[in-house]
Design a protein around this ligand. Sequence first.
Ligand code: AHG
Ligand code: MN
Ligand code: MN
Ligand code: MN
Length: 325
Amino acid sequence: MQLLSNFLKHKKTDPELVELIDTLMLACKEIALQLREGELAGVLGVTENTNVQGETQKKLDVIANEVMKKVLLDNPLVRGVASEEEDDPVFGNPEGRFLVTYDPLDGSSNIDINVSVGTIFSILEVPPGAEPSDSVELFLQPGTQQLAAGYVLYGPSAVLALTTGDGVNMFTLAHTGDFLLTHEDVTVPAETREFAINMSNQRFWEVGMQTYVSDLLAGSEGPRSKNYNMRWVASMVAEVHRILTRGGLFTYPWDSREPNKPGKLRLMYEGNPMSMLIEQAGGLSTTCYERIMEVQPEQIHQRVSVALGSREEVKVLLAYHQKHR
Ligand code: AHG
Ligand code: MN
Ligand code: MN
Ligand code: MN
């Protein structure tokens, strides 16, 4: 089994990017250890704080964020980081080359019920000729600018899914503390019979989404002429991992509960990194109207509507939205 860093070197990955990915994995291994301890370490449950998203922070949201922030900013390659759990970006070495956006703990509503969660990360470069000042503007680059993206899913096994723009590969965390190559050149099946959506929001969706999902539920007697299965883990990392592994469609669309927000998920550290992985594995990832990775960010925590997965199924969803615009 090949070690992560040997695999990346074999692929002639930029050595400084390899170093940064190794640094990220140091943080994720620490987070995995904290998660495994759970109640024994008194890290479950909530804090009294509300984050910039308006969510009550779990203790492990804060712990995972502190681990990521410290480990990353200790590396002089890192110019700055932006986190779901930080109001504003935090800056490190002014000469640093890389910017990292991350969701330190995705799916944290699952922590107290011991269901899979993950860490999502996206790696950008400081734009050439950028102002020397520490500004959030440095981060506001479309997803197409990402150098690398990935997640670590803390499930029955801890698995890193990673792309550096040359396909998607997966590495499993061994008891030795090494990430070992376990799935090479991952591809998303083009067709699927499985969808993932939070059905309890059905009455709030736009007509295109309501019609699309109703036709999925109509099964073989309906317009899609096949029966579908449904999954909803409420951890985006787990949903995307399932789709990378066996195909499917995941969507968290706009809904009328917060009409002024395009959706619940965040562009910079959920939408973009997951879109890079899905596209690199041959899938599609859209806002239901346009390619997510082409959205020009205006704010670091901006939301985005997400529909991603098996490309033929995403194309059908897009057609429903075009028809019902
Ligand atoms: P986070 O825990 O980082 O705030 O993200 C949770 C997200 C995503 O992981 C998941 O797909 C979605 O929220 C679940 O939302 P609902 O709880 O509304 O189903
Ligand atoms: Mn959250
Ligand atoms: Mn998340
Ligand atoms: Mn989170």
